[in-house]
Design a protein around this ligand. Sequence first.
Ligand SMILES: Nc1nc2c(c(=O)[nH]1)N[C@H]1C(S)=C(S)[C@@H](COP(=O)(O)O)O[C@H]1N2
Ligand SMILES: [Mo]
Length: 406
Amino acid sequence: MEDTQSTRRRWLGLTAALGAGVTACKRSGPEQAEETGPRLLGKPVSAYGERSPYETDTRALPNTRTPEAASSRTPLQDSCGILTPSSLHYERHHAGVPNIDPARHRLLLHGLVDRPLIFTVDEIRRMPSVSHIHFLECSGNSGGEWGPKTGRDASQSCGLASCSVWTGVPLSSLLHEAGVQKDAKWLICEGADACKMQRSLPLDKAMQDTLVAWGQNGEALRPEQGYPLRLVVPGWEGNISVKWLRRIKVTGQPYMVRDETSHYTDLMPDGTARIFTFVMDAKSLITFPSGGQRLNGPGSYEVTGLAWSGRGRIERVEVSTDLGRSWQNANLQEPRLPMAFTRFRFPWKWDGSAAVLQSRCTDESGYVQPSKEELIAVRGLNSQFHYNGIKPWKVMPDGSVTNADA
Ligand SMILES: Nc1nc2c(c(=O)[nH]1)N[C@H]1C(S)=C(S)[C@@H](COP(=O)(O)O)O[C@H]1N2
Ligand SMILES: [Mo]
């Protein structure tokens, strides 16, 4: 520990330095900083924190008369780092957010198991848990990018994706507890919301890394994210991460439920449909500068954005500032976690002329994010889901930034 004298000497030194600075400011003009800070008490401590009243980012809300069966979007353009605050995590509900009392909620695990089990939320929370950072992305994200009029800003283009640290029990622990029988191959997972959302989950993935999560970003899940229990199926389309989880039935086959037949299938150019396209392919997005933002004159900027892949880690992100003629590696910020957002940064000197900025990522499987043209060449234009094409932003000479087709 430092003795009081040396602490005081350091403190005096600091105030002397500050004093000199303040005096210098006073001499420089009439707009001196008011001496409010040290004399007035600030707000008292509070039981649950709030952000600064000067911060105004919000989720983008849909223009719809049925907001219970809709989605809100994360403002990725304003994001920093790799985590999404829970209050800005995108939402996708098919029947609104149920109000569930955790004391009365139960999770039933039955079907092809030796011991059917009913878990209370307390019992789940008592089991050994893990915390993992994973993105969640709706496979309908960027659906508008298939068309001629694409998203005007990062949220509109790509805001059905967020990244949180999820805490929960590996689903494999619950399955071991129940004793999975040898004919078991699939799990039918059901939510407690009014639509009783169901999805069929292959047993392999359930055993590998799927979580029954109860925590999000250091506290309980938000009701919008599935409080008190949800599945987190890392790297797979958001729809299969069933929220408000209340039942898992172990079966020998998938059930071909509504959300894997009428939706969440991909109609191909030849009229056949892909089904059970679970994995989210690698994708990246420049968040700054992005549509709706404005550059304040030519000079140095840091182009930054996010990249992620359902197949593991992001290995490489390249940035082009010249309509795709040349590409250069961006810096990847650690930690670079599998199936999580990775932040990339790229120093750029803007000369003030019109420019098109694009990012292209490669994941650890070697998969390279396609251009819109490459994607359409394979998938055609019948698909609503799984769009992961490169997103160009256009910087205009006046500094405004728009989508490239504006
Ligand atoms: N029970 C239930 N689970 C659900 C949904 C739902 O409406 N009900 N929506 C799904 C869809 S389509 C997605 S993309 C994700 C969205 O999760 P989030 O709202 O936490 O972002 O949850 C999935 N799980
Ligand atoms: Mo979704």
